[in-house]
Design a protein around this ligand. Structure first.
Ligand SMILES: Cc1cc2nc3c(=O)[nH]c(=O)nc-3n(C[C@H](O)[C@H](O)[C@H](O)COP(=O)(O)OP(=O)(O)OC[C@H]3O[C@@H](n4cnc5c(N)ncnc54)[C@H](O)[C@@H]3O)c2cc1C
Ligand SMILES: NC(=O)c1ccc[n+]([C@@H]2O[C@H](COP(=O)([O-])OP(=O)(O)OC[C@H]3O[C@@H](n4cnc5c(N)ncnc54)[C@H](OP(=O)(O)O)[C@@H]3O)[C@@H](O)[C@H]2O)c1
Length: 246
């Protein structure tokens, strides 16, 4: 039986010339914050589909996705043409293990993202279950340019509501308007991230969720492993949970 249903595009919001969000109305199975589904379009008579993380809280009626238009990207270049009222294929069975149920309780949760991969963390924050499980929560958003720092309103609102939450803007290719400059790996090894968050050191009771650019995930995992942290597995609890976007 097909897992595909037709959704309706309700809203398209362009943040920059390459970054955009779409809201979709569709009847799909419930998802957990941090999961993804597949979106698809007919391109040249064939269905082309790719994975996209939910940005919205599972309780919101509209499904929201945050995307980048990749130059010559088979699907993203087509998704970027969507306008309000268009139809879109959506897989009705959300999937993925990048969810809090799979993450052990910890003192401090580090949510480390690059580019559009801030999406699953926005969903996890919006759902709100995490405040019970962690004393400190740090969201790092690593981007090339200041203008790539989208979703400022909900993030700033979260900062105001929850004193245990720290948001770190990280810009790699120009001086940052706020926050830090460089890559996630740089600011971990230099100690800048800890200093910025007023946290003394990374300890055994910290957990790291990494999402986005596979090179960032690989290099950050290697760095954390060198520091003594382990990949988390159900059978063998550890400190690092990852999701790669390509
Ligand atoms: C679990 C999962 C969740 C994902 N969630 C999202 C999401 O929420 N938003 C999103 O935009 N993409 C997401 N992706 C990536 C998405 O599935 C597609 O790969 C992306 O849209 C490019 O598809 P394409 O057909 O246009 O490009 P392709 O022809 O498939 O070209 C892929 C190339 O584009 C680049 N690329 C792919 N995705 C990104 C990205 N997100 N940011 C920067 N460069 C990228 C890489 O260089 C990659 O080699 C996710 C991927 C996975 C595996
Ligand atoms: N963002 C834009 O302004 C822009 C504009 C036009 C087109 N695009 C296209 O969009 C795609 C890239 O999108 P993106 O900028 O969202 O994602 P990205 O290339 O994954 O960059 C996001 C952040 O991840 C960092 N990063 C990359 N490799 C890393 C590693 N090994 N360890 C730690 N951090 C790492 C980058 O730092 P570095 O900057 O140091 O690499 C950057 O700060 C490309 O296809 C590009 O051609 C982007």
């Amino acid at each position: 039986m097909s897992n595909w249903v037709v959704g309706k595009v309700i809203e398209v919001n362009w943040w920059t010339p390459t970054l955009f969000s779409i809201k979709v109305a569709a009847d799909i199975a419930p998802f957990k914050a941090g999961q993804f589904t597949k979106l698809g379009l007919e391109v040249g008579g064939k269905k082309v589909a790719r994975a996209y993380s939910f940005v919205n809280s599972p309780s919101d009626p509209l499904l929201e996705f945050f995307l980048i238009e990749v130059e010559d990207g088979a699907l993203s270049s087509q998704l970027s043409q969507l306008v309000e009222g268009d139809d879109i294929w959506i897989n009705n069975k959300p999937s993925g293990y990048f969810v809090l149920d799979e993450v052990p309780k910890a003192d401090t949760l580090w949510m480390l993202s690059t580019g559009t991969a801030i999406g699953p963390f926005l969903s996890i924050l919006a759902e709100g279950k995490l405040w019970r499980n962690y004393r400190r929560i740090v969201l790092v958003h690593g981007v090339r340019h200041n203008t790539d720092l989208c979703y400022q309103d909900p993030i700033k609102a979260t900062e105001k509501l929850f004193p245990q939450f720290t948001y770190v803007q990280l810009v790699s290719r120009e001086p940052p308007e706020n926050g830090l400059r460089g890559r996630i790996t740089d600011i971990i090894s230099s100690g800048e991230l800890l200093r910025y968050c007023h946290i003394e050191k990374f300890t055994e009771d910290h957990h790291f969720m990494l999402c986005g650019n596979p090179a960032m995930v690989k290099d950050t995992t290697a760095l954390l492993t060198d520091m003594g942290f382990k990949k988390h597995r159900r059978a063998e609890p550890g400190h690092i949970t990852v999701e790669q976007y390509w």
